[in-house]
Design a protein around this ligand. Structure first.
Ligand code: F6R
Length: 607
């Protein structure tokens, strides 16, 4: 989840590396560093905290080298401070690393016994010492790197630089992504194509087990056995612009507001609005012949899958097993040969989701991936990519990617229902027409910002919040709680409303507001009963409902947020907006770092 950059250039590279790190800051932001070679010696600047601190450092003490590596960190081993910040050095070797070296404790003991001293608590430093030891034993830099790589277990993406060769960076990948960028008389290395976008859009993605020798005029890629391998050079898509906040305070706010447009783009990709049909898809399986569908993902993406489960089962009568990917990957779930698997990921790089995908691949299942980053590892390793057209999502809290994932899942469920003959052509037409209304309703909901901001001002005074919902609003209740806790740091729980009396009701008092997500649907009355139970115990209710629901629920609330009456199939998409806005405004009132909340990273490439 750290970000890596390397440049073998012909002008001072430090400012270019910082520029690339800014694009990678979403991957981690607890410390950062740059190393170059200055007058034949390795030199580095590192700083705890955000990249601005490193920029300040570099302003006071600039670096002029023409070759360099840089890093923005999300701590795994060792607290986030300057000593643990990358690059790490050992006797003429500089290194930056993303991932976890699983056998680092054993390697560390071995290196200490050989007289190496450690200046940090990181697992990364063992790699620097291992390479230095190879050099000391007489190996050339490239061979030294290769020999050391063979000793490493775990997940890593590495950039390695040697003070003895100012025309060489070695990159290596086993797990986390790494891309090589081709230039004219200069070459680049980065965690993703976005980082390299200002320099080149001619990219080669390293595959697992690959390592690359990068020089100004040449790039060679090898496998772990040292055999040269050919990897496709490709033009990276749509990343040649720097995403900015426009006139919004935060990326999260901007991304919330982009939803009507990106939902519309995503739906149009899958649905033929003119004819009221779902568009044919080139799938590696036939929905009509499936007996089960396995869905797996993490965090918010998992919650979109949970909504999808309701849709696939309801419309297509297709049973869905849905799992959190970190559980799925080790559960050794028996998978029927007539199943297919779908993985959902905004980044397309989430380590647990990728591992689950590989498990299903091994079991011989056809694989689809709903991803936002089309060039990601999950996209590349699946049989079919089902893109969300959300555009780059920078805010750590996922918003527009979530509603676009829901849009894809709704369209897929309709496609499955059509294939399985569980809906008529008329019903399909109606559902497609209803989905087409989602962007319009989303625009209306965004206009409720003043009321939602007022509720958030109140919410910011509490320490605990409970979210309740039934049916597809149950995953939304969990998503609301996740959003609130991750950016405002207020403790929140999401529950199925019917579970209230099986435990959480004990928590209800005037200090714990209860946010109830309840459109006026088939089970609205049931949720009203749960609200009565809360009200009877002095609980304060914030009700998110529609006009019919507001009229029907004769209950005193702290606030009722009234959304337009929307068709049931689009309710999860539309109700996602007020819960995102509520979390956003609450975080703003709490004064937290909304786009880069503490301890989190946008792309979770470690377990
Ligand atoms: C929460 C959030 C995370 C991600 C999760 C999966 O707002 O963003 O829970 O949803 O880390 O990430 P992706 O979708 O990139 O696999």
């Amino acid at each position: 989840m750290c970000g890596i950059v390397g440049i073998v250039g012909h002008t001072p590279v430090a400012p270019l590396i910082v520029d690339a790190l800014k694009r990678l800051e979403y991957r981690g932001y607890d410390s950062a560093g740059v190393a170059t070679i200055e007058h034949g010696e390795l030199a580095r600047r590192r700083a705890e905290g955000k990249l601005v601190n490193l920029e300040r450092r570099l302003k006071d003490e600039p670096l002029d080298g023409l070759i360099g590596i840089g890093h923005t960190r999300w701590a795994t081993h060792g607290v986030p401070n300057e000593t643990n910040a990358h690059p790490h050095f050992s006797n003429g070797v500089a290194i930056v690393h993303n991932g976890i070296i699983e056998n680092f404790a054993e390697l560390r003991q071995e290196l200490i016994a050989d007289g190496y001293t450690f200046s940090s608590q990181t697992d990364t430093e063992v790699v620097a010492h291992l390479i230095a030891r190879e050099l000391a034993a007489g190996a050339e830099p490239v061979a030294a790197a290769h020999n050391a790589l063979k000793r490493l277990q775990g997940a890593f993406a590495l950039a390695i630089m040697f003070k003895s060769d100012e025309d060489l960076i070695v990159g290596a990948r086993n797990g986390p992504p790494l891309a090589v960028g081709h230039g004219e008389g200069e070459m680049f290395l980065g965690s993703d194509a976005i980082a390299l976008a200002p320099f080149t859009n001619s990219i080669t993605y390293l595959e697992d087990g690959d390592w690359a020798v990068i020089r100004r005029n040449e790039i060679s890629i090898f496998d772990m056995d040292g055999n040269r391998v050919d990897r496709k050079r490709q033009q990276s898509l749509g990343t040649s612009f720097m995403v900015d906040k426009g006139n919004h305070r935060h990326f999260m706010e901007k991304e919330i507001h982009e939803q009507p447009e990106v939902i519309s783009h995503t739906l149009a990709h899958y649905l033929d609005f003119a004819n009221g049909r779902s568009k044919p898809l080139d799938l590696p399986f036939d929905f009509a012949k499936l007996d089960r569908l396995a869905i797996s993902a993490c965090g918010t993406a998992y919650l979109s899958g949970l909504v999808g489960k309701y849709w696939f089962e309801r419309f297509a009568r297709l049973p869905v097993d849905i799992d959190i990917a970190s559980e799925f990957r080790y559960r050794e779930m028996p998978l029927s040969k007539d199943s297919a698997a779908i993985f959902i990921s905004q980044s397309g790089e989430t380590a647990d989701t990728l591992a689950s995908l590989r498990y299903c691949r091994k079991e011989g299942l056809p694989i689809g991936a709903i991803v936002n980053v089309r060039e990601s590892t999950i996209a590349r390793e699946s049989d079919v990519t089902l893109p969300t057209l959300a555009g780059p999502e920078i805010g750590v809290a996922s918003t527009k990617a979530f509603t676009c994932q829901l849009s894809v899942l709704a369209a897929l469920a309709i496609r499955a229902a059509e294939a399985r003959g569980t809906i008529s052509a008329e019903e399909e037409k109606l559902l497609v027409r209803q989905l087409a209304e989602a962007p319009r309703f989303a625009t209306q909901v965004l206009k409720l910002d003043q009321q939602i901001e007022k509720v958030a001002r109140e919410l910011a005074h509490y320490k605990h919040v409970l979210y309740l919902g039934r049916d597809t609003n149950y995953p939304l209740a969990m998503e609301g709680a996740l959003k609130l806790k991750e950016i405002s740091y207020i403790h929140a729980e999401g529950y199925a409303a019917g579970e209230l009396k099986h435990g959480p009701i004990a928590l209800i008092d005037e200090n714990m507001p209860v946010i109830v997500i309840a459109p006026h649907d088939r089970i609205f009355e049931k949720t009203v009963s749960n609200m009565q139970e809360v009200a009877a115990r002095g609980g304060k209710i914030i009700l998110i409902t529609d006009r019919k629901g507001a009229a029907a629920a004769s209950i005193d609330t702290m606030e009722t947020i009234v959304l337009p009456d929307v068709p049931e199939i689009i309710a999860p998409i539309i109700y996602a907006l007020p819960i995102q806005m509520l979390a956003y405004f609450t975080a703003v009132f709490m004064g937290t770092d909304v786009d880069q909340p503490r301890n989190l990273a946008k792309s979770v490439t470690v377990e």
